[in-house]
Design a protein around this ligand. Structure first.
Ligand SMILES: [Zn+2]
Length: 483
């Protein structure tokens, strides 16, 4: 393994010298046992990660991926409940009894159209097929690996309490976690953990953006565009006025706001006045309130555009996420453990491969960043992008970390990330993530003061906040049924 096996050996042979260079963290003995378990399972874990990488199943279609993860959990002695919260690919695997209840989440959905070989240049496996452009194959297996390591310590009587792994599908398109939350699947968790693949390694003290996912439809009247255009009312004119208004709104929003849309239906042929138009739009900002405010303006624009074109409009909210509520007490624990585990050890060949990927992307050839980023106590503005993990963070405290699994600066949700998620670069990041997550869980199990500190900060930050999810009533809809 990376370096810790040698550290363990070193500690055993020269503890005083080792202590001088690498201070042992709290509960080092238990943490080393967890690291040893992950190391023992390493081959199986990387094979499972590659298996999920090959399946590359998109949101709510992750049948084989979720089964592979749930099967391993069951084999390792977890009590597994499959198909929770109305989603066949969502599951819970738990072990132990009583408090604390420490949860950890894993994702495994892929992205459409990103099929890619584990090679340093664009090389499609199957045209149009999905690929793991966000590294969720690593995310799912890395988290499960940490849960397994903790489970072994509970089984050995070294930890007391319950560990729960949540197999959370459809992060990219539906927000599976929101439905698990709504159905109470996560009730009773004292602290939840998660991580995400990245191009650097850190405890995450930056928030993420809140988002609302909206469809706006326009309904007009068809007519011959030349013979009797006065009988027609163009739905697409309504749509065009609407997008013009949205683009003008850009001048009067916060610098942190983002909006992006795709026109899904804009008529069929020029000689038919279009009776139907459809646009899919996402609004984002650093806080849920700011997104709500833009959403209110968007509704007015839809109504106004419809009036101007003498058509009808309909606004549908498909889903959305809150911004992430960061828990500094928890993040400090995660950072401590990352620093104890130390930087990633990439080989010269891996660095060369990373540079080749950067070359192919016309990026500076910086290679992979193995370092643990210093703790950001004053983190600055939210990261661009949104996640359904953020919704969990308003319902229970979250400890979240990022680990480098891809070269510096490569486009996320792109082929480079798919490639690295299916090779040793990604595996190494995944293993470090699982070790850091396991070590952080051990800090929570063995020291009630840690759980208290994390929960007190959470209680303080959520005081007076009324959480409501941006999801429609009823079961989650398959993305294909979405706009
Ligand atoms: Zn992701």
């Amino acid at each position: 393994m990376r370096h810790l096996a040698s550290l363990v050996l070193f500690l055993a042979t020269a503890p005083s010298l080792a202590a001088a260079t690498q201070p042992a963290p709290p509960h080092a003995a238990e943490k080393q046992l967890a690291v040893a378990t992950i190391d023992e399972n390493r081959e199986q874990l990387t094979a499972l990660s590659d298996e999920v990488w090959r399946y590359a199943e998109t949101a709510l279609q992750e049948t084989k991926s979720s089964k592979a993860l749930a099967d391993l959990a069951e084999k390792k002695g977890f009590r597994v409940t499959r198909g929770v919260a109305g989603m066949p690919t969502a599951f819970v695997a738990e072990y132990g009894t009583g408090r604390p209840v420490i949860g950890i989440m894993g994702e495994y959905d892929a992205l459409p159209g990103l099929s890619q070989k584990a090679e340093p240049e664009r090389a499609v496996i199957e045209p149009g097929a999905p690929g793991h452009g966000c590294g969720h194959n690593l995310f799912g297996v890395g988290s499960l690996a940490a849960a397994i390591a903790v489970k072994e310590l509970i089984a050995a009587g070294k930890l007391h309490g319950t560990v729960k792994f949540f197999g959370t599908p459809a992060e990219e398109a539906v927000g599976g976690k929101l439905y698990m939350l709504r159905d109470g699947v996560m009730n009773g968790v004292d602290v939840m953990l998660a991580w995400h693949p990245d191009d650097e390694t850190r405890a995450d003290t930056k928030s993420t953006q809140a988002i609302v996912d909206v469809t706006v439809e326009f309904f007009g009247r068809a007519a011959h565009a030349a013979y009797d255009p006065w009988n027609g009312r163009s739905a697409v004119h309504g749509l065009e006025i609407f997008t013009l208004a949205v683009n003008m709104m850009r001048e009067h929003i916060h610098p942190s706001s983002r909006m992006h849309y795709a026109i899904l239906k804009g008529g069929d042929v020029p000689n038919v006045v279009p009776e139907y138009g459809k646009v899919w739009i996402w609004l984002r900002d650093e806080k849920r309130e700011l997104v709500d405010e833009m959403l209110g303006r968007l509704r007015k624009m839809a109504t106004g555009a419809a009036m101007a074109a003498d058509v009808e409009s309909k606004v549908t909210i498909n889903g959305g996420d809150w911004n992430m509520l960061v828990n500094m007490a928890g993040e400090r624990l995660a950072q401590q453990n990352l620093e104890w585990l130390g930087p990633l050890q990439f080989t010269p060949q891996e660095q060369e491969l990373a540079k080749a990927i950067q070359r192919a992307n016309h990026l500076p050839e910086k290679g992979l960043n193995p370092a643990i980023k210093p703790f950001e106590a004053v983190p600055g503005p939210a990261e661009g992008g949104s996640t359904d993990v953020a919704d969990i963070s308003w319902n229970m405290p979250i400890i979240h970390l990022s680990v480098a699994t891809a070269p510096t600066g490569v486009p996320w949700h792109g082929w480079s990330v798919v490639a690295c998620s299916g090779m040793s670069i990604g595996h190494k990041g995944m293993i470090l993530a699982s070790e850091a997550l396991a070590a952080t869980m051990i800090d929570l199990f063995l020291d009630p003061a840690n759980v208290r500190a994390v929960r007190e900060e959470f209680a303080k930050k959520t005081e007076g906040v009324q959480y409501t999810a941006y999801i429609p009533a009823g079961p989650p809809r398959l993305p294909t049924a979405n706009p």
